[in-house]
Design a protein around this ligand. Sequence first.
Ligand code: PGA
Length: 253
Amino acid sequence: MRQMMVAGNWKMHGSVAFTRDMIQTLTASVTVNEAVTLLVCPPMLYLTQAIQAASNTSLSVGAQNCAQIQTTGAYTGEVSATMLADVGCQYVIIGHSERRALYGETDAVVAEKTKVALAAGVKPIVCVGETLAEREAGQAETIIATQLDAVSKVIGAAGWANAIIAYEPVWAIGTGKTATPEQAQEIHAFIRHQLAKLDAHMAEAITILYGGSVKPDNAVTIFSQPDVDGGLIGGASLNSDDFAKIYAAAVAH
Ligand code: PGA
């Protein structure tokens, strides 16, 4: 059985009060099942607060980004993977489509960040996905293969064995347009097939999340697909009721 995960990507939302209340509510109301990791990824500034609030609970905490350089240096405004590990951060989202589109993160940058996260002992959640234009042009698989290959070249099968992948079709993020369960399954199976070329055992074992407008009412059908191992949740992770329902859907699947 593959480990499942439901991860909340708060993006640039939250505050000290929101972080306190959300972690309190989630840890009090959600019974974490070992088979499904429950993760929240607050903005960098609230990470330490979230980690402290979640200590001695089953809730995990991750970051949304890290620097391309692993340790320290003259990189104003950056936070390294080593620093994330230092404060007890267990996971980091790498190469989210917003970072690729708005902050110029290329496939090579995503690969480098994945490598430094692994080296620091922070588990990377590597995001891949096609835009609407790419899907309509029939290029979804080619784009995803290119995104995966760039990372594979740098971390190899052994690196993937310690990573998580999130398939997030760009056209489904924050739009209310979800991929159909069949569309999600098709790409998830494709990702596994690509990775199997490196190592069949790793490909079978890796957790692949779906992200893009996952809500309580569509989570069950998406999570019931054989190659979908949970979700990366944006908007719905900001509402504790919705997020808890999505988590329950993953446990029930
Ligand atoms: P969404 O975002 O659930 O709001 O569509 C998902 C994501 O960007 O990770």
